[in-house]
Design a protein around this ligand. Structure first.
Ligand code: ADP
Ligand code: MG
Length: 322
C-alpha cells in the first residue's frame, strides 16, 4: 500500500460534521468557525520508547494519542471539533493500522471530533495529534486566573496511572482485584471534556494533570502569582493505591506521578454551590485539596496542618528506575 491508499482506506471517514467544508484529500482542510467563538488549538507528540512502549496494543495507543490531546481541550473548557494526525511509521502493518484506527475513531466519534487531515511519513514510530476546539469568546479556563482564597480541586483519583506504570515495569505488585483498574487508568485515560465545559463559568483557573500534581499545580501558582497550600490527607487516592502502597507512598505518587489526565482547578468560595451542581450533573467526582494564598509562587504541603516534606527516600523509590 502506498501513502495515498493508506490515507484513503484508513483515515478518510465522514464524521457528519457540517462545519467540515473540506476534510482529508486537498492541500488544506477547510473548517467553518461559528461567530463569536475562539479557536482552541493544542498539539502533543507521542514517541515510541519515550512516551509509550513500542509494542503497546495499537487500540490503546490510538485511544491514548487522541485522549491526551483532548485532555488539553478539556483543561480550557473547549468543545472538541476537529483533529489532524501526523503518523510516522517504520513499516506498513495493516493489523496495527486497523487497531490504531479502532481506538482513535472510537474516541473521536464519542466526542464528535472529525479527523480533517494529517501527514504520513516513514521512520521511527511517532504520533503527532493536533486538536481544535471552540470556546465562547472570553470563556477559556486559563492558568492565570486564580485568586487568593480560591479552593483548589481535582477530578477523580490521583496517581493511579503512575501506579499502573510501576506495575508494568514490575516494580510493584498490585493485588489481582485492582490489576484491571490500574492498567486501564494507565493505558486508557478519559479526557474530562464534560467537566471542563461545566467549569467554564465557575473555575477561576484550570489545567490538566499530565506531569504530576506538584509540578502542574506549580504552573497555576506561577501564572497566577500566588501560592498553593495542599492538605495531603485530602488527596483523593483509589482503594487500589491504598491497598498497594499505603497512604504515604500514595501521596508521593499522587503528587509526582504523571499521566493522570484529571483536571486541577481553582474555584472562588462563592461558586462552591454551583460547582457541586455542575459536576454532579456530568457525573464527575471531585475533591477539594487545598487553597490558594498570597505569597511566592510554589506549592506548600501540609499534613494535619503541619508542613510536610517529601522525603528523598520515598521519592527515589519510584524514580530510581526511570
Ligand atoms: P502534501 O502533499 O500536501 O504533504 P499529503 O500527501 O501529506 O499532502 O496528504 C494528502 C492529503 O491527505 C492531505 O489532505 C492530508 O491532510 C491528508 N492526510 C495525510 N495523512 C493523513 C492522516 N494520517 N490522516 C488523515 N488525513 C491525512
Ligand atoms: Mg504532507
Amino acid at each position: 500500500m502506498n501513502e495515498f491508499e493508506i490515507i484513503k482506506q484508513y483515515f478518510t471517514t465522514d464524521s457528519g460534521r457540517k462545519d467540515v467544508i473540506m476534510g482529508p484529500g486537498d492541500d488544506c482542510a477547510l473548517l467553518q468557525m461559528q461567530p463569536n467563538t475562539l479557536l482552541a488549538v493544542s498539539t502533543d507528540t507521542l514517541v515510541a520508547g519515550v512516551h509509550f512502549f513500542a509494542d503497546m496494543d495499537p487500540v490503546a495507543l490510538g485511544h491514548r494519542a487522541l485522549a491526551v490531546n483532548l485532555s488539553d481541550l478539556a483543561a480550557m473548557g473547549a468543545d472538541p471539533c476537529w483533529v489532524s494526525l501526523a503518523l510516522t511509521l517504520p513499516e506498513v502493518n495493516e493489523a496495527w493500522l486497523r487497531g490504531f484506527c479502532e481506538g482513535f475513531f472510537e474516541l473521536a466519534e464519542y466526542y464528535n471530533v472529525a479527523l480533517v487531515g494529517g501527514d504520513m511519513t516513514r521512520g521511527p514510530l511517532s504520533i503527532t495529534v493536533t486538536v481544535h476546539g471552540s470556546l465562547p469568546r472570553d470563556r477559556g479556563l486559563r492558568r492565570n486566573g486564580a485568586k487568593a482564597g480560591d479552593g483548589i480541586y481535582v477530578t477523580g483519583t490521583l496517581g493511579d496511572a503512575a501506579l499502573g506504570l510501576q506495575q508494568q515495569l514490575g516494580k510493584v505488585t498490585v493485588d489481582e482485584q485492582h490489576c484491571e483498574f490500574v492498567r486501564t487508568k494507565f493505558e486508557h485515560p478519559h479526557p474530562r471534556i464534560l467537566a471542563g465545559q461545566a467549569l467554564r463559568n465557575i473555575a477561576s483557573s484550570a489545567l490538566d494533570l499530565s506531569d504530576g500534581l506538584l509540578g502542574d499545580l506549580g504552573h497555576i501558582t506561577a501564572a497566577s502569582s500566588l501560592r498553593a497550600q495542599l492538605e495531603l490527607e485530602h488527596l483523593p487516592l483509589s482503594q487500589a493505591m491504598i491497598d498497594t502502597v499505603g497512604l504515604e507512598q500514595g501521596w508521593q505518587l499522587a503528587l509526582t506521578g504523571g499521566d493522570d489526565y484529571e483536571l486541577c482547578f481553582t474555584v472562588p468560595e462563592m461558586h462552591r454551590g454551583q460547582l457541586e451542581t455542575a459536576l454532579a450533573h456530568c457525573g464527575v467526582k471531585f475533591t477539594r485539596i487545598g487553597r490558594m494564598v498570597a505569597g511566592e509562587p510554589g506549592v506548600e504541603l501540609l499534613a494535619e496542618g503541619k508542613p510536610y516534606k517529601l522525603t528523598a527516600r520515598s521519592w527515589d523509590h519510584f524514580r530510581s528506575g526511570e
